[in-house]
Ligand binder design. Sequence first.
Ligand SMILES: C[S@@+](CC[C@H](N)C(=O)[O-])C[C@H]1O[C@@H](n2cnc3c(N)ncnc32)[C@H](O)[C@@H]1O
Length: 345
Amino acid sequence: MELLCIQSQEHPLLPQAELKAVIECEDIHADMDVVCEGLVILKNISEDNLCKYYKILTKRLGYTHEVHEMILKSSVETLEKDISSIDWHEYIDENFAVRVKRVNSQIDTVAFERKIGSLILENCDGIKVKLKKPKSLIRIAAFENQLYVAIERIKLNKKHFEETKPHKRPFFHPGSMSPKLARCMVNLSRVKEGQLLLDPFCGTGGILIEAGLIGCKVLGSDIYWKMKNGAAINLEHYGITDYRTFNIDVRELKMYEKVASVVTDPPYGKSTTTGGIEGDGIFKEFFISIYDNMRDDAYLCMASPHYVDLQPIADEVGFEIVEQYGIKMHRSLTRIISVIRKKLD
Ligand SMILES: C[S@@+](CC[C@H](N)C(=O)[O-])C[C@H]1O[C@@H](n2cnc3c(N)ncnc32)[C@H](O)[C@@H]1O
């Protein structure tokens, strides 16, 4: 069986990297076929695993908008014949709607939605079209002249990423990244539900919120007492109870238990305070102190500005950089997202 993932196109690589990381850490047995940017098919999933995987993906992913169970692959030329070959009673209960999503295709979406809706009605008795809140949503993704026909079994809650935006949290301070990027970074760290995740520069807790929402136990620390308290207020607001926050300078960090994941956005730039650490020195101090707080199999996912070269610091401390992605913020700043782990011989 197959799952069709419709992804964000706001970055060419991060949505696929995030999906790959979740497949890896959740031990999902599937082959990933990237049709194009924005469209990925997970193939060769056993029927027994489909529902479990579907739930994991819709719960975790940030840069994937929708996940659907694939019904058939068709093309503009063969669509009519292919739609008629399906027993739609297997998929549609009482009423349905068809929605077409174009990904690099010229087809007329409205005309296709009507055409496919009529074809399904002709081939299935006792059902009706219902455009608002249908019981069954048939989703068609069109890429060039290929059509991927699928059904939505579980809705991915995108509203949540609106509700956790920095200005909607009870404690606000500028400089918190978007919830989707925070979620993506949590996923890139390959952490699993129930495991311990640490953000040693937690600020208002944006990363901790996303990790808490997928079921991690979260630890946050910040040099400022006000931030430590603010992060706790925000975590409580989103119903996250399995957390602890500390008021510690990163150089003094000594956790009572080694963590499975570190996800963080260290301070940089002239306007940010680093507790008196000069220039880019914060990155080296951070690498040195975090090393002993991480399990040997833990991943660190962090953001940094393009002008800081993490490679020599990683080499010196004993880390290896596994993946890196650039996000252009404006003309003079690219944010680098790095996935790092201990180099073990
Ligand atoms: C870029 S902000 C993190 C933003 C955070 N991800 C959020 O959602 O709000 C960096 C944080 O590092 C904290 N910080 C600066 N120097 C520090 C140090 N030496 N040790 C620990 N925290 C420090 C700052 O107080 C700030 O809250």
